[in-house]
Design a protein. Sequence first.
Lengths: 177, 775
Amino acid sequence: MYQVNPQNNDKTLANELLTQETKETIESWLAKYPSDQRRSAVIGSLHAAQEQNGGWLSKEIMQAVAQYLEIPAIWVYEAASFYSMFFTKACGKHKVSICTNISCMLNGAEKIVDHAEKSLGIKLGETTEDGQITLVKEEECIAACVGAPAILVDEHYHENVTPEELDKIFKKLGGEK
Amino acid sequence: MSEQKTIPDNMVRIEIDDKEMIVPRGSMVIEAADNNGISIPRFCYHKKLSIAANCRMCMVDVEKVPKPLPACATPVMPDMKVYTKSKRAIDAQRNVMEFLLINHPLDCPVCDQGGECELQDISMGYGRGVSRYQDEKRVAIDEDIGSLISTEMTRCITCTRCVRFLEEISGTDELGGIGRGDRTQIGTMVGRSVDSVMSGNVIDLCPVGALTNKPFRFKARSWEMMSANGISMHDAIGSNLFYHTRKGEILRTVPRDNESLNEAWISDRDRFGVLGQNGDDRILKPMIKQAGVWSEVDWPKAMDFAVKKLQSTSGKDTTVLTGSQSTNEEYFLLSKLFKAMNCDNLDYRLNQSDFSQPHNIPRVDLDLNGVKDNQQIVIIGSNVNHEQPILAHRIRQAWLKNDAQVSVFNAKDYGFRFNIFHNYIANQIEWVKGLGSLAHCVADLTKVKLTGEVGEWIDNQATDENLNHLAKQLINKDNNALFVIGQVANNHPQAGLIKAIVEWLADNTDGKVYEMACGANSVGAEICGVTSNTNAADLINSKSKSFVIYQAENDDFNRMQLAHETFDKADSVVVFSSFADKNMKEVADVILPIGLASEVAGSFFNNFLENQKFKPAANLPKEAKPGWRVLRVLGNMLNVDGFDYDDISEVMAEVDALSTKRKASFQPIEVTHLNVDGLVLHTETAIYDVDMLSRRSNALQETIHASNDCLSLNSSEAEKLKLENAMPVTLIQGDYSVELFINIDESIPTGSVFANKCVGLRSDVLEVEVRGESS
Ligand code: SF4
Ligand code: FES
Ligand code: FES
């Protein structure tokens, strides 16, 4: 079992930064786990915090989550930096992750990456000037190999992607301004 | 078969490399190998940390298992046959080694760890001569994690020993694995420093050169240095150390394993404190002051001068004061010399103010290994984490492993790294009353009353629900109770009362007491007889004509200003010291440069009355001499009998013969009643201000724990006084006043203000006034 070291009960950031809605989501995650395993709620909480914070996790909001969960801040940062669906640097409103793992690579993922980079004028890991689209740096297998090459757009799957389809997607994302 | 029957149930028989051994059931293959002299390469495994099994270096071949297994995470099984050097084992180890080196830079020539690097050693044994890896290597960005530890994270092999140490042992959770896969980097929560007071241990744990000793950076190679045994000069745990020296100079300190004391760890104070040895006010030659002018002279001249000074007053008119950092042999000779001259004015308790309990050896009823067996631990008036970090670690382990419940009576919430069962935090007057209430509850429950004034005082303290709950746990015979008393209690104006209550509490709950000794060797000063019928507070308030100050300075005294004035007025002040600051030079007439404990042979008594002997680790600088030799010569010059020692071993033998029995238990005393209108001051010596050496260690003084000129109070008090963070204020204590800056800190209880003692405060006057800048 996990023994959590005593945390100081400073809740300033949690109170200041987390909206009621985020707190409620965190609570609903906490309710799913035994009370001495609050760390388990970290991923659900980070999703809520990221959504509230405009698509990325600032250092402060990660600390706020840690304070709310009463776990060490470093645990929150570890989880946030581990998963590619969390963004610890400011990024665009929409995230496009192009899978470049083996199946997708064999089915032309590199061409998709090329096309995306050219048409948006940015490299993987960068954000368009208008702050609309971020090309996520290096996405590993997203478990959609049957439909390779596959991409994730704001957590929605698109399979058997072609450059033409990509253009349509970008247009839609850009048009949403 | 008959042989097997003799194996106890909790043991199993295994073979490693055809060597038969009986090992504890449930232990890991690597432990069995280690205990039987079979070496298995490893990086992430450490006997004091949890098992991570993430480096995979310890692969071994186990009979009937189709794949190699990690020895650190494979439990022993009956009749298991393990091969550490079979082809399969060696192949696996070599392959892991190759992977580990993929991202590791080839910068051994400029790496501090070179020559003592586990990666270097093991790659000599298992690595290839030439790397087959052609692609790009990973580069990591370094963080500044403070003044004690250098980081070079590109060298990290992510064994996570440092992460586990800070989580499990220190309890501070300051480092973590950031990122994923081969991009994982060990780091802090963005730009924080690592502030554990045991942080330096990650330097020893790190198997590569990623975390190294910052003050030691680029100073020496391991093969250029000699290693000498040493004993901690800063707290009475008496942690065992190795000093690493080159040409007689101590360049760094590392722990020497001692399972009954410091285990494999040392505190940062023990690791970096000795660096104060090179403080720029180190005295390198004897000095005398004539007509207000200092001059450096040779030893014979200085000794003549000192003898004349000492002879000009009678022993009765001489006062001898010393700190707690000298060896037993020095204390013994100091006491012998001056007592022979009819001097009965000696003391070492410079920082204490209430002397109603007579001179005594601190009461400690258990050893460190026994701490974990107590289910109820009560900390009374102590920042144990700063006073004796190793004791704090042991208490933490009792909480972590044995579910001990720890309660606290303190004037500040120190943020201990264990959960607190009952947290009684109140100002310096109120927490003592709280302790009285606890005693009242115990008295009611046990129907045993303490007589006398203390009993009456206890009776007058209100009982309350929470304390009654704690009292019930304490008197429960299934719970072993332990009462820990620290320096906040020891230097409290009601120290005598506190100790009397604790003594009574322990006796009535069948509990034990651990009274922390001040500094490294105050126990030695007590045993060796630097004691008299007059206490330190009276002595610095006396009209003694002559003062002898032995390895102590202004900051060691409770009443710094008064000490300075008194010395100033005295006819003569003879100083034996390694350092002399401006204050000392103002009042002294002669300064005899003596060696630090790390530079002389001698011994220290620790809190558990172990007499730990040591040899000189470092050369004495310039003309400094061992204190015991100076005292010996002085004894001869003053014609005192029994000073014809040829060797320190003769003095040691006399120290060995001294009694280490506590004189009596705490005494019934008169109760000092404290009454303060308004804010109550809490002042204590900061962790790195405890002695001459730590005050002069720059590395320690640059940490966040160093003392500062802040006046701390909580936000509700600050609001009442209309004070804001960083505002300058004047703090007035009696006729002393000092400029400080407001620091809002919620760990300070209401009705209380906190400041470090080194700003000139005394701990026995609790009434203070805070004046804001009048605009
Ligand atoms: S910094 Fe050192 S101890 Fe920490 S994970 Fe890296 S190699 Fe291991
Ligand atoms: S490799 Fe792209 S989804 Fe699996
Ligand atoms: S020592 Fe066994 S896996 Fe690291």
